[in-house]
Design a protein around this ligand. Sequence first.
Ligand SMILES: [Zn+2]
Length: 392
Amino acid sequence: TPEAANELLMKIWAPAVKRANEEVAEMTEYAKAEGKDITIKPWDYYYYAEKVRTKKYNLDENEVSAYFSLDNVRKGIFTLAEKLYGVKFTEMPDAPKYNPEVTVYDVTDIKSGEHVAVFMTDYFPRATKRQGAWMDELKGSSVDPDGTVERPIIFNVGNFTRPTSDTPALLTLDEVETMFHEFGHGLHGMLSRAKLRSQSGTNVDRDFVELPSQITEHWAMEPELLKDFAFHYKTGEMIPNELVEKLQAASTHNQGFTTTELAGASLLDLAWGAYKPADGETVDVDAFEKQVAEKLGMPSEIAYRYRSPYFKHVFGSDGYASGYYTYLWAEVLDADGFELFAEKGIFDPETARSFKENILEMGGSEDPMKLFVRFRGHEPSVDALLRNRGLI
Ligand SMILES: [Zn+2]
């Protein structure tokens, strides 16, 4: 309901704004130390947030990327699937493919040897490819009424940096997370055991679909998995602990801003959805946005992530209208869900089995809240998200 969505967002809003105010104080301090007596404005935010980040964490993106060649990260996601869900990826060099750059894998169950899915990766930009990264299926899975089992063909697409003559494709941290994210959607598709094709894999409610993808991102920076794949492309050396610690510390940097922006966009979206103009009334978009910002107590240093006229989620189609909150809602689910793994061990077999059987295999064949509770043992709470973003 709109009330439940609003209530959820407001629980996140207050601690996010509090942190944003602290960030602004830190940035003002930084500017002052540089001899600039300024008030931070929305257009200063990225600039000073970067300055503070460099000062606090001293992270060099190039140094980090050297440990994340595309092939290594792909090994990382396959190791993850092997350890958690007991499936193995074997390349099929002679399999038919829609482009020579695609790599095709036979996915099999390690114990039984049974065929589970075909998985394709298509990671580099081409002139005819659209931007971004995504997962999709060439063929869905089902169990037909006569008992015939159809296994799926799933693919992951990306637009990652190409290799050069002397350097392999090296991924940025964002790109590493993207690969894990799309692979999480991929697993949802590959491991599905739902009977109906219309309910299998990622054919679930929109505010549930990002759980498998977002939860998978959590493993990307876990030392226990990093030691299996994050090797320097030149020296072959494993990523040093010190660098991993820095990455983890830096991960909550600027979360006041990011969370306020995300929750603000969602709240504005919901406000538009609830707004009922009188017949023939002309809507003053500017005034409406200001009124919403005032009511929320939006910090003056932060602007709306999207101004309404180009907020495509709301006005581009009805697919995401009043649905922008689903990103944060999915994060409530993934953060809470991952805390179970964190408690029991990130490769705990019992927790992994439960996630596989209750979430990944079920698709949309049952009510998502029931599925979540069966896996987690309770309904999701926002606390895990707030902890994960470093807001409490
Ligand atoms: Zn996604």
